[in-house]
Design a protein around this ligand. Structure first.
Ligand code: HAM
Length: 422
């Protein structure tokens, strides 16, 4: 029979006890840390569906973006309606806030979940990947920018990210952005014969994206082109300076006027956290201000700033690990006593919630069960057979220290033993 494989660019993440998959363990740990950090900033969770109307992403992420142009997982449902697996979370959050009539207030929201983009898979780039995102809604430019960078510093710190770099830029307000785009267009159109097809396409759809070109000839042409800094207000330049001054001890902050981001909804402050250890796909966080999006999607005028973290990329950079909890392997020697012995394990578990008790559920010899306990790195095996149950005793066998002897403890002594484990 033909084997069924996972789809290209889509990962199975399996906990290490089963597969020794280090990235999966790091991803689960990273997600825990991120949840804690979001809660510590008093940000509330939001969950939106993975599927949305296709028009949502066309009207937000934008027709000019690579994401909408070629990367959407879109298909017709049974009702012939075009639906799309979300490629990112911001559009859905704003759709939801408008729909629930929450767009007249301030909100701090976070989300975590899979996103889908039909990209060419390579190191750090998948077709299904996980993002944790934050959207800070209802706050105009200023403190919200400081808060978002503060969150990035906390993440770098908590996960021990080495030499973090944060690239920042300002795209101006809508008017500035349009004026600058026009100047860029006027400069590039006479030179279009020198641009490759990809950059020509960008020039037609969104001239700003040409700044992002990887083509060295285009980059050389742009050296003589108009610069965004000449179009920015003093306030815009000053926010970049404030961010750099405030966080220069935490992170290497680079002002990069070519940073434009790949989604169309941004205006104002934009940023990407990058690390050279990631290779070609070097950005592990991306975000910025998008004050126009809510109105554009039919809601009220709602200033907004947000970011999304690529979990796989962040986890691969993480240097800190979860401290593994003490594991106790509970071995029942006879099927005749299973329910009564299981009840003892059930009661023991309630005595100490900082340890793990793994009741071995399968049949098998004591030898094979001890082998399993050793393989799982258990610190102790608790062994109970018919005789022990009758005499209300349990055997405790230390597994990590070589010369320590096993002991037979009464149920009261076992309770105290479990309580003092850390
Ligand atoms: P983005 O830059 O498209 O922004 O994605 C954010 C992060 O998701 C990237 O920096 C990267 O780490 C990760 N990522 C993107 N595509 C892939 C992929 N194919 N494989 C693995 N990781 C990937 C957004 O999505 C915006 N919604 C961020 C935002 C929130 N802006 C305002 N609020």
């Amino acid at each position: 029979m033909e084997k069924i494989h996972s789809l290209t660019g889509m990962l199975d993440l399996i906990g290490h006890k089963t597969s020794k998959d280090d990235l999966a363990e790091k991803i689960f740990y990273t997600e825990e840390i991120l949840r804690d950090i979001f809660e510590s900033f008093s940000i509330s969770e939001i969950r939106t569906p993975a599927l949305e109307s296709s028009s949502l992403f066309k009207r937000s992420v934008g027709d000019a973006s690579d994401i909408v142009n070629k990367e959407l997982y879109s298909f017709l449902d049974k009702n012939e309606k075009s639906i799309t697996l979300r490629p990112e979370g911001t559009a859905s959050v704003i759709r939801s806030v408008i729909e629930k009539k929450l767009d007249n207030d301030t909100h701090k929201l976070w989300y975590l979940g899979p996103m889908w983009r039909y990209e060419r898979p390579q190191k750090g780039r998948y077709r299904q990947f996980n993002q944790a995102g934050i959207e800070i809604l209802g706050y105009p430019e200023g403190l919200a920018e400081l808060e978002i960078v503060s969150i990035i510093c906390s993440i770098n710190n908590a996960l021990g990210i080495e030499k973090p770099v944060l690239k920042i830029n300002h795209l101006g307000n809508n008017e500035t952005k349009q004026n600058y785009c026009k100047a860029l267009e006027d400069f590039l159109i006479p030179l279009s014969s020198k641009l490759d097809t990809k950059d020509l396409e960008r020039l037609n759809k969104n001239p700003l994206r040409v700044l992002d070109s990887k083509n060295l000839d285009t980059q050389a042409i742009l050296k003589d082109g108009p610069k965004i800094i000449d179009y920015l207000s003093e306030d815009a330049i000053s926010i970049l300076k404030t961010i750099k001054d405030t966080y220069s001890n935490d992170c290497d902050i680079e002002i990069d006027h070519n940073l434009v981001r790949g989604l169309d909804y941004y205006t104002g402050f934009v940023f990407e956290a990058v690390s050279s250890s990631l290779g070609a796909q070097d950005s592990y966080i991306g975000g910025g201000r998008y004050d126009e999006l809510c109105k554009q999607l039919g809601g009220k005028s709602l200033p907004a700033i947000g970011m999304a973290i690529g979990i796989e990329r962040l986890a691969s950079l993480a240097k800190t690990h979860k401290n593994s909890r003490t594991l106790v392997s509970f071995i029942i020697l006879s099927s005749n006593i299973e329910p009564k012995a299981y009840k003892i394990a059930h009661n023991l578990r309630s005595l100490n919630d900082s340890i793990n008790i793994d009741v071995q559920l399968s049949d098998g010899s004591l030898k094979s069960k001890l082998r399993r306990a050793n393989k799982d790195n258990a610190a102790y095996a608790l062994i109970i057979g018919e005789d022990e149950l009758k005499s209300k005793k349990i055997i405790v066998k230390p597994l990590l220290e070589k010369n320590s002897e096993q002991a037979i403890l009464s149920l009261e002594e076992i309770n105290s033993f479990i309580k003092q484990l850390k």
